[in-house]
Structure formats: structure tokens, C-alpha cells
Design a protein around this ligand. Structure first.
Ligand code: MN
Length: 243
């Protein structure tokens, strides 16, 4: 039996879909507790409880996603399940917002206000979320399987891609994933939504844009064999690709 992983793409506050993914993860771990579970960032903002770019709604979806992730992390720790939670650009901004409401990129301010208000501005929830965000990391490496997990990408011009500037891990786009370079690891990334996942020997893009189209992608690894499945809010599961 190979080394298995379950990797969840950008959730962006889609709590109804994420509840199904959560149950799926718990079910799979019930059958085999040697699965590593990873999240690649962008957990909140654009949540399902309101419309994009509307100032008046509270993003309850994002709050619920954060709370479920925190619960899941407790489960992993208690049951000694291998796991990682990466930091996405939206986590970077939310941390800045919690610390100092002005320490954020302008275009994020409305969604951040919504996410913050969605936490009911309750100090206890904000404290939990802040601790969770501070614990998240910029990348996760599986040296043995030659797999590298990032939120957005790496700097293709760095000889050692692990030494990329944090801005690449958080914000990289085409410059990274269209690079002609052959990467030393299979780089798994989200951040840029793609109608169909990009599956190549040295890079896999899994963000399907759940907040727009209602399907959240999950990558399953069995050693280096990749399969991508998608969940919708009714719990329907479809296979996107297998390779
Ligand atoms: Mn992102």
C-alpha cells in the first residue's frame, strides 16, 4: 500500500461543501489512520453567507470554516494524524487585519471586515482563529515522495525553490506555473482558479474556484499517483482526473 494523502484546495468560506469534505476525511481516517491530510490555504473570505463585494453582510461561512478547521486540527493532534495547514494570502491579510486593521492590502479590506464581523468580533473566536493562523506555514515538503505543497507557487528563478521569497508562496501566478523549468519536486498549489486542474509531472494546480462554481477540489495521492475529486454542497462527489 502506498503513502496516502488527502489535500484540500482553497475553501473560501464554503461551509456547506466543506462539511462534506470534513466527513469524508474522518471516514477515510477511520479506515486507514496512516493518511496525511493537508490544507493549502485561503480558508476564509468570499464565504457562502453573502454576496461578493457587498459591504453589509457578515461572512458567517468563513467563521464556520475556521472553527471546523480548528476542530479538525485538534482531532489530528489527539489521534496522531499527520497533517499540515498552509497559510494563503487571505490568511496573511486576516492576520494583519486582526493585529492592526490598517495593515492590509486595500482590496482586501471589505472581505476582511466581513470575515471579522462574521466572527461576531468575539474576542474568544478571534483569539482561536489568530492562533490557528499563526501556526500555519508557507510550505510543506515531502522529501521522500518529492512533493512540495504551497498556497500559490514558488520563485522559478531560485536555484533552491524552497528559498523563494514568502511573496511567491502567497501570491505567485503564471510566472510560476507556466515556467518552462522542470521543478525538482512535484509542486502542488492552489490560489489560481482553473476550470480543470493542471496535472503535470512537476506541478499540480487544484483550485477550482469553489466560491464561484460550488465545487471544492480534493487531491488524493497514493504515492505519486494523483486523483482529483470534487464535492458540491449536496455531498455529490465527481472525479475530475486520475493520473
Ligand atoms: Mn490565494
Amino acid at each position: 500500500m502506498g503513502k496516502k494523502k488527502i489535500i484540500v484546495a482553497d475553501i473560501h468560506g464554503q461551509i456547506s461543501i466543506f462539511r462534506h469534505v470534513y466527513s469524508y476525511i474522518i471516514d477515510e481516517l477511520g479506515k486507514d489512520n496512516d493518511i496525511e491530510v493537508g490544507f493549502i490555504g485561503d480558508y476564509g473570505d468570499r464565504g457562502e453567507s453573502g454576496k461578493l463585494n457587498k459591504k453589509s453582510y457578515k461572512d458567517i461561512g468563513s467563521r464556520e470554516v475556521y472553527l471546523l478547521l480548528i476542530e479538525l486540527r485538534e482531532y489530528f493532534l489527539k489521534n496522531k494524524i499527520k497533517h499540515f495547514f498552509l497559510r494563503g494570502n487571505h490568511e496573511r491579510e486576516l492576520l494583519g487585519y486582526i493585529d492592526n486593521k490598517k495593515n492590509v492590502t486595500m482590496s482586501y479590506i471589505f472581505p476582511l471586515e466581513n470575515a471579522y464581523e462574521g466572527m461576531c468580533a468575539k474576542p474568544s473566536i478571534i483569539k482561536k482563529v489568530k492562533e490557528f493562523l499563526q501556526d500555519s506555514k508557507l510550505y510543506h515538503l515531502d522529501e521522500e515522495q518529492k512533493q512540495l505543497f504551497v498556497h500559490a507557487g514558488i520563485d522559478p528563478h531560485m536555484e533552491n525553490i524552497l528559498e523563494s521569497d514568502p511573496s511567491y508562496f502567497l501570491w505567485a501566478r503564471e510566472h510560476f506555473f507556466n515556467s518552462k523549468r522542470v521543478f525538482p519536486y512535484r509542486v502542488v498549489f492552489g490560489h489560481t482558479k482553473m476550470a480543470m486542474p493542471m496535472v503535470k509531472p512537476d506541478r499540480i494546480g487544484i483550485d477550482g474556484g469553489a466560491y464561484e462554481n460550488g465545487w471544492l477540489n480534493v487531491l488524493l495521492f497514493d504515492d505519486n499517483l494523483a486523483k482529483i475529486i470534487s464535492f458540491d454542497k449536496n455531498g455529490t462527489i465527481i472525479t475530475r482526473c486520475e493520473e
